[in-house]
Write a protein that binds this ligand. Structure first.
Ligand code: ZN
Length: 485
C-alpha cells in the first residue's frame, strides 16, 4: 500500500506517525493509542507496563557495548487537541485524521493534525524499532491527557521510572531547547458585600469591551489591557466626582484567560448621566492612548440597563470593592534575570462575579520559581486582609525552574553545535508543562525538551515542517549516542 508520506525521512518515524493518525486519540481517549504502543513493544520483544490512568512505559536495553551507560527516558504525551473547522465533517471519536503533504509541511484537512505530540511519539516508536542506533538503556514514557489537565504526569507513581535523565519530545521549534516552565495556582477570593434598600434611581451599565484577552501565561507580557482592571480604574476615578451606587459587577469567564469584557451596573440620578458620560469618555480616551499599540478595538459604553433585583451596595462596601479591585495586581511581576524575554512571575485578575452578599474574584498566579509564586499569592492574601476578604489558595501545579547549568543541557548544546554547526536557542515558557510535574515527582531528574517545528498547534491550521522532523531525528539519534558514551 502506498503511503501519503512516501519518500519522507526518516521513514520509520513517518510510518509510525501514519499509524497514529488512524487511531483516534483526543484527550482522555488514549486507550487505543496505548494499545498500539504496547503491541509495537510486544512485536519488538520489549517489556512494557501500563499504570492505572493509562500511562505506558516501554523499556529497551542498551545497544551492544553500551550497557554501562545511564538510562535515558524519552517522553511524549499520547493525547491531542481535537479541533476542526465548522464546515468539516469529522468524528474525532472514530475517524482517522486525513493528512496531506503541502510543500514543506504536513497538514490535516480542516482538523488539528496531532503532530503535537504525534511526531514525538512516532520518534519514540522509531527509536524502539530502529536496530541501528547507538544508545544506553532506554525508557519510553507515554503519558495520557496532557492537554486538558496534565493528568497523566500528575498520576505517575514514583517507582514508574528508573532513569534520571529525560528528553521530553513535546517542543515546537526545531533548534530551541525548553528548560523551564511556570507553576501555577489560583487564588479564590470571597469579598464581603453589604447592601442597602433600593433608592429609586435609574440603572445604567458601564461596559468595557473589545479587548484582545489571550492566554493568562503566554500572553501576559504582550501589554494587553485587563477589562476588570480598566473598569475598576474608571469607577475609582468617577467615584471621586460623582455619587452613583454600584449594584453589580461582572468580568472575565476563564481562569486562564485575560478578561476581554467587564461591566458594572450603577444607579444614577438621571441628571448626572450627561456629565458622567463626558467624564468617562475623557478618561477612556487616555486609556485608549495608553494602549493604542495593542488594543485598537477597545470600547466603553454607558447605557440604560434593567433587571435590578438586589439593592445597591452601601457607600462603604462600594468604595472598598472598587479600591480592592483597583489595587489587586495584574500582569508581569518579574522577568527572568538570565533568560531573555521569559516572564518569571505573573498574576492574572481573571474573574469577578458579584452575588447578594459577596463577590467572587479569581486571580491566576504563575511562576517558574516556587517561592516567588508563594510570595505573589501571599501579597494577594495581604490585600484580602486589608479588605476583610476571605481567600482560598488552591493547590496548583509545580513549575520547572530553569537550570542553565544542567549537565544534560550542556551535552545537548554540544551535540547540536557539532551536528548543525549552529548554536541552539535555550528557552522556557510561562505556562505549565509535564516536565514541571515530573521534576517534582522525581527529584533530581535532569530534563530538556525539544522537537520539530510545529505551527499553530491546537488549531485546524496545525502543521509540521518536514525538514525539521528530519533534523529532529538526526539530533535525537546523535544525542542518544553521545549519552551512551
Ligand atoms: Zn503537546
Amino acid at each position: 500500500m502506498s503511503s501519503i508520506f512516501q519518500g519522507l525521512k526518516p521513514s520509520l518515524l513517518w510510518k509510525h506517525f501514519e499509524q497514529i493518525l488512524k487511531i483516534p486519540h483526543c484527550s482522555t481517549n488514549e486507550r487505543a493509542l496505548g494499545d498500539y504502543i504496547i503491541s509495537t513493544a510486544e512485536r519488538l520483544n520489549l517489556s512494557w507496563k501500563r499504570d492505572r490512568v493509562g500511562n505506558v512505559v516501554v523499556e529497551k536495553k542498551a545497544s551492544a557495548g553500551q550497557t554501562e551507560a545511564e538510562t535515558v527516558i524519552l517522553q511524549g504525551h499520547m493525547d491531542m487537541v481535537c479541533e476542526k473547522n465548522s464546515d468539516v465533517a469529522h468524528d474525532f471519536a472514530k475517524d482517522a485524521i486525513k493528512a496531506e503533504v503541502k510543500g514543506e509541511w504536513v497538514q490535516a484537512k480542516g482538523t488539528t493534525l496531532g503532530s503535537d505530540n504525534g511526531i514525538g511519539l512516532a520518534a519514540s516508536l522509531a527509536v524502539m524499532e530502529d536496530g541501528s542506533l547507538v544508545h544506553g538503556p532506554l525508557e519510553f514514557l507515554f503519558t495520557v491527557d496532557e492537554e486538558t489537565g496534565l493528568t497523566g504526569a500528575n498520576k505517575i507513581e514514583s517507582g514508574f521510572l528508573k532513569g534520571k535523565k529525560l528528553l521530553n519530545l513535546d517542543s515546537e521549534e526545531e533548534g530551541a531547547f525548553t528548560i523551564g516552565c511556570s507553576g501555577g495556582a489560583d487564588s479564590e477570593i470571597s469579598f464581603p458585600l453589604k447592601r442597602k434598600k433600593q433608592s429609586g434611581q435609574e440603572l445604567y451599565r458601564l461596559k468595557i469591551h473589545g479587548l484582545r484577552g489571550g492566554h493568562s501565561g503566554l500572553d501576559i507580557n504582550q501589554g494587553r489591557a485587563n477589562a476588570i482592571k480598566l473598569l475598576a480604574r474608571m469607577l475609582w476615578q468617577a467615584l471621586k466626582k460623582f455619587s452613583f451606587e454600584l449594584v453589580r459587577m461582572e468580568g472575565g469567564n476563564k481562569r486562564n484567560a485575560i478578561p476581554r469584557e467587564a461591566w458594572a451596573d450603577l444607579l444614577l440620578e438621571p441628571d448626572q448621566i450627561q456629565d458622567l458620560s463626558i467624564f468617562l469618555q475623557k478618561d477612556f480616551e487616555k486609556i485608549q492612548f495608553e494602549y493604542k499599540a495593542v488594543e485598537k478595538e477597545a470600547k466603553f459604553s454607558l447605557e440604560k440597563s434593567d433587571g435590578q433585583e438586589e439593592g445597591p451596595l452601601t457607600p462603604e462596601s462600594q468604595a472598598s470593592l472598587v479600591n480592592f479591585l483597583f489595587s489587586l495586581p495584574h500582569g508581569v511581576i518579574a522577568m527572568h534575570p538570565e533568560i531573555k524575554e521569559l516572564v518569571e512571575t505573573s498574576t492574572n485578575l481573571a474573574i469577578i462575579h458579584t452575588l447578594q452578599d459577596h463577590a467572587q474574584i479569581i486571580c491566576s498566579n504563575r511562576s517558574s520559581v516556587a517561592s516567588s509564586l508563594e510570595a505573589t499569592r501571599n501579597a494577594i492574601t495581604a490585600l484580602c486582609e486589608l479588605g476583610k476578604a476571605k481567600v482560598n489558595q488552591l493547590e496548583g501545579y509545580p513549575g520547572w525552574t530553569p537550570n542553565l547549568h544542567s549537565p544534560l543541557l550542556k551535552t545537548l548544546k554540544e551535540v547540536y553545535k557539532r551536528t548543525f554547526q549552529k548554536e541552539p536557542e535555550v528557552v522556557a515558557v510561562h505556562a505549565g508543562l509535564e516536565c514541571g510535574i515530573i521534576g517534582e515527582k522525581f527529584p533530581g531528574m535532569d530534563m530538556v525538551s525539544f522537537g520539530p517545528t510545529i505551527e499553530h498547534p491546537h488549531s485546524p491550521e496545525e502543521r509540521v515542517h518536514i525538514g525539521s522532523v528530519e533534523k529532529f531525528w538526526k539530533f535525537l539519534a546523535a544525542v542518544l549516542s553521545e549519552l551512551a558514551a
